[in-house]
Every structure is written in C-alpha cells, then in structure tokens.
Design a protein around this ligand. Sequence first.
Ligand code: FNR
Length: 378
Amino acid sequence: MLRPRTWLPEHTPEPSGDSTPVSQLFTPITLRDVTIRNRVWVAPMCQYSAVDGLPNDWHLVHLGSFARGGAGLVISEATAVVPEGRISPDDAGLWNDEQQAAWARIVEFVHDQGATAGIQLAHAGRKASTYSGFTAARGAVPEADGGWRPVGPSAAPYPGLHEDPEPLDAAGIARVVTAFGDAAERAVAAGFDVLEVHAAHGYLIHEFLSPLSNHREDEYGGPFEHRARLALEVVREIRGRVDAGVPVIVRLSATDWLDDGWNVEETVQLAALLREEGVDLVDTSTGGNAPAEIPVGPGYQVPFARRVRAEAQVPTGAVGLITDAKQAEDILADGSADVVLLGRELLRDPHWPLHAARELGEDATDLWPVQYRRAAPR
Ligand code: FNR
C-alpha cells in the first residue's frame, strides 16, 4: 500500500496523488502487497557506523534523507544476520531485539516521508572481519583488534584478507539459513516492507555460487545445482517465515568477470529458480568475489539486468553508474529493467529524485516534503 505521511501538522493536506505520471521512472510499481511510489531505489550502502550492530542517528539521517528526497524504495545497508557475518566490526546487524527496535525507529521515519523501506540481509562469509576503510589499518581485523575468524564455503581465502576462513560444515550452513529467516522475521517486525537477500559481491552466498571460492565436494559444491543450493535454501527459508504479501528480492553478481568464474548464463539459470521460489525481483550487480578487470562506465551493468529480465522472465533492477534522469528513464523504457538503483549519485544529491521528476516533466509537487514545498520549482 502507499502510506500516508503521518509526520505532518494536522492541518496539512495529504498529497493529492492525482497527477498521472508521464515517465516510467515515476510510475509506481507493485510487488505483492507493496506499492512503491516510483522506480528510483536507493542501492544498499554500508556506512560502517554501527556499534555492536546497532544502527543509530547517522543511519536515521542517512536513510531518512533519501526518503525525504523522493526515492521510492530506501534499502538499508548490508545488515548482518549474525555477528560473524559482518564485513567489519562497525557493520549494522539484525540479530537481537535492541537492533530491531533501532531499525523500527528508522523505518518509521522513512514511511513518514512516503517512501517504502527495504533492508539488505547479509552474511559476509570469508570477506568478514575486515577494516572499514575509515582507519589507517586495512585488510583483515585480527582478533586482538576485535576481529574474528570468518567462515566460508571452503578454506580458500579472498586474496589479501583472512588467510584461513573456516569451511562451514552442514550444521553451520543450517545455522546460516535459519539466521537469514530469523532476521527476515525481525525485519518485518521492525516495519520493513521489502527484504533483499545479499547474494552478490563475493559475500557468503556468492562465495557458494562461484567455483572460484567454492571447492566443496558435498551437495553444496561442484555442479551448478549444488553451488546454487544455499541461495535457494535461504530464499525458501525467508519465504516460509514471512507473510506472502512481503516482497523478497535478491541481489546477484551476474558475473565474476573471469573466464573460470560465476557467469551470466548461470545467473539467468539461478534467477529463474529464484523466481520459482517466490523471488519478486533480481537486483543485478556484478563482481566482488575475486580481483578482476571490470569495464566500468555509465550503466555498465545494465546489459546483465536486461538479459536476466528477458531470459529468466523475472523483474530486474539495474544498478551501477546510473546518474542521469534521462539515462534512468531510457533503461526502463527500453525494457532493460523494472527499476533503477542509485548509490553514489544519491550520496552526492539525496534530492536527486525531486530533480529527476522535474527533468522528466512530472508534476512532482507531492513528492516534495511539505516543509520544503515553497522551494519546489513550478
Ligand atoms: C556500496 N555498495 C553496496 N552494495 C551492496 O550490495 N551492499 C552494501 O552494503 C553496499 N555498500 C556500499 C557502500 C558504499 C559507500 C558504496 C558507494 C557502495 C554498492 C552499491 O550498492 C552499488 O551497487 C554501487 O555503488 C554501484 O552503484 P552506483 O554507486 O554507481 O550508483
């Protein structure tokens, strides 16, 4: 449902919502029971600013400003489902009541701005326990400095990070799957409308998918069906633990950008299986599981979203160097994706959706927060 803005003086009229969109970008999209006001979504972005996994005022203002700025879906950063699944000791988490309550406060503000709230549920696998990059130290955090020994599919490390990740045994895998389900339940209880599973960027689920990092010889390693098992189990667990009206989306890396790595054909195959498990959209990114040459440029990952959408018949999100309103509109209009996700451009300008709406000829007055409406261009 589209939510009313409750955080307004009583005499303020609700947005009329009766202007018809002229662009794809500002046409609402409905996934299951959730209608999202437009197709400018905030890509999840780690802030490395939590203490003991607890989001705080930084997260409120950071995520709140995207909601204020007119984004449709505000997806919070990679949020660890277990403490050892954090990329850094400063990551946000969602494994206890205190974290759930802290997230609920942020979600309430996002809703009050008319946006939809999403959360990316994550486990960093062998890339856990690294320095955030905000300190002089880089790479693996030793136990003496608050780090821990990460887990992974196999003993193979990510180059330059912890040298001895602990291969998960069957019980460990089952605990991870359950933890994703627990966090999903907590996310819904905190008010999140959309759940994103982080299966990209070389973190645990992607590590299982890719033959570069998965050297297992059991039912979780080897052929595609085995490597895909964890991703499918996580989605099945989440689907079984939340209401059927809650959209579940998955972020995939469509390729490792290496000849012998995870590739787009496997991504298409997995996306179709995910659709059958009840996944509503594939947020299509790339890379992160091994150092590789990536041909970065405007919209460089869009062709992957297009291919997944066409061949797996599942809605997709396109992400990566999408910075311009016309560019975003064209991606939707030419059928490459159903939504766009913006990261760094929204950090530069959290009000990007307000400007983009004007550029695309929308009557965007309702999108402006009432408190700022006198500044809205007419
Ligand atoms: C990211 N990215 C990212 N991706 C993800 O899946 N989970 C995350 O928590 C993060 N964290 C993160 C932090 C910061 C500061 C940046 C800039 C990026 C990747 C992000 O979601 C996006 O895919 C890329 O930034 C590419 O999109 P842009 O920035 O070119 O629009």
